[in-house]
Design a protein around this ligand. Structure first.
Ligand SMILES: Cc1ncc(COP(=O)(O)O)c(C=O)c1O
Length: 387
């Protein structure tokens, strides 16, 4: 049996995979089992911030694996505490809870917001206001937060206490007439929803209303965070200051880790025993994350902006491109042609791109070398033109 056959027989068939078995990767290049090379513009869905098997990441992970692999959260460990300090400094928040995925980071954020509100205002004030078309994860609670019925339909009942509105000032204020709302949760750029950038007007209103009403503002930066949009977190592009920011994907540089980072208002909300995770703060994952986070600086942000310009300038020339949405290196391309055909054509010609709803989605490594980017764009433009 080959890998396709084994996978199809033994793995839960929840992902429709591309017909390729990847066996190796270095930087922004991946190789399949036949030795074919691909330039990766999808970055493992925003995970491989510095590409595959980045050298600093690899040596940090290998060194930690040879020193202390796992202890449990019953003991202090250095990588988790150093990483938490760094994340707090970069975000100007107060504390971090480590989990293993984006969904877990969001679960933590929801628990934290509810506890803050219930301690202060009683149990009835527990509702989380989320946005239509959002995506926050696949657990039953983060599915409830997700504003897309397509993900809900076969799994009801979902966790109660979630309401959704359109990302407009009017819809927000209408929804906030419900006095039992304790948190507003949003992605500033909706990723799985089709790379939709929230307007400044909406985000500022949400921030203002949250402050005014002592509502917890949660920003899900699982796809947008860690330099991808030209700032450490995308909320910084709006000059707002949320109470909670959640992050995962790129954080581990390829290892599973998620973090719920929260501000002063919430710093003493959780008490011993309120939340936990066996693998949360795992030393190997944290050592890998540390090697990624400590390198995300102004130079990286500048590099993101330069690459964004190269991509948007060249792609927008195609007559089949209707719109390019997103920011930095999180981009959606709407075309008048067949998106699936264009994505397949790219794969055939050695370029990895993915979809977000009806758009071609690009999430390359933040340090993709310029010659590789230019070469991949030529393939992509041809595929779009012929789609
Ligand atoms: C914005 C956002 N939130 C949450 C998640 C869920 O993250 P995970 O798959 O790590 O649970 C994702 C994953 O795509 C995401 O894009």
């Amino acid at each position: 049996m080959n890998t396709f056959e084994i996978d199809n027989k033994y793995i839960a068939q929840t992902y429709k995979r591309f017909p390729v078995t990847l066996v190796e990767g270095k930087g922004s290049l991946a190789y399949d089992d036949k030795g074919k090379e691909y330039i990766d513009l999808a970055g493992g869905i925003a995970v491989n911030i510095f590409g595959y098997c980045d050298e600093a990441w690899q040596s940090a992970v290998c060194a930690q694996a040879g020193q202390l692999s796992h202890t449990s959260n019953l003991y202090y460990t250095q990588p988790a505490s150093v990483l938490a300090k760094l994340l707090v400094e970069k975000s100007k928040m107060s504390r971090v809870f480590f989990g293993n995925s984006g969904a877990e980071a969001n679960e933590c954020a929801i628990k934290l917001a509810r506890k803050y509100s219930q301690d202060k205002y009683g149990e009835a004030r527990h509702k989380i206001l989320c946005l239509k078309n959002s995506f926050h994860g696949r657990t039953l609670t983060t599915l409830a937060a997700t504003g897309q019925d397509v993900f809900h339909k076969d799994f009801k009942p979902l966790t109660p206490g979630f309401v959704h509105c359109e990302p407009t000032k009017e819809a927000l204020n209408e929804a906030l007439k419900d006095e039992n709302i304790c948190a507003i949760m949003m992605e500033t750029i909706q990723g799985e929803g089709g790379i939709n950038v929230l307007s400044k007007e909406f985000v500022h209103e949400a921030y203002y209303q949250a402050q005014k009403r002592d509502i917890i503002l949660i920003v899900d930066e699982i796809q947008t965070g860690l330099g991808r949009t030209g700032e450490f977190f995308d909320y910084m592009n709006y000059s707002i200051y949320p109470d909670i920011v959640t992050v995962a994907k790129g954080l581990g540089g390829g290892l599973p880790i998620g973090a719920c980072i929260f501000g002063k208002k919430l710093e003493n909300t959780f008490a011993f025993g309120d939340h936990g995770s066996t693998f949360g703060g795992n030393p190997i994952a944290c050592a890998g994350a540390l090697s990624v986070v400590e390198r995300i600086d102004e130079e990286v942000f500048e590099g993101v902006k330069v690459r964004n310009k190269i991509i948007t300038d060249s792609i927008s020339i195609s007559p089949k491109v209707k719109e390019i949405t997103g920011r930095g290196l999180m981009l959606g391309i709407e075309i008048s042609g067949d998106v699936d055909k264009a994505v397949a054509e790219c794969l055939e010609n050695g370029v990895l791109v993915i979809k977000a709803k009806n758009k071609i989605r690009l999430l390359p490594a933040l340090n993709i070398p310029f010659p590789q980017l230019t070469k991949a764009l030529a393939v992509l433009i041809k595929a779009i033109n012929e789609s």
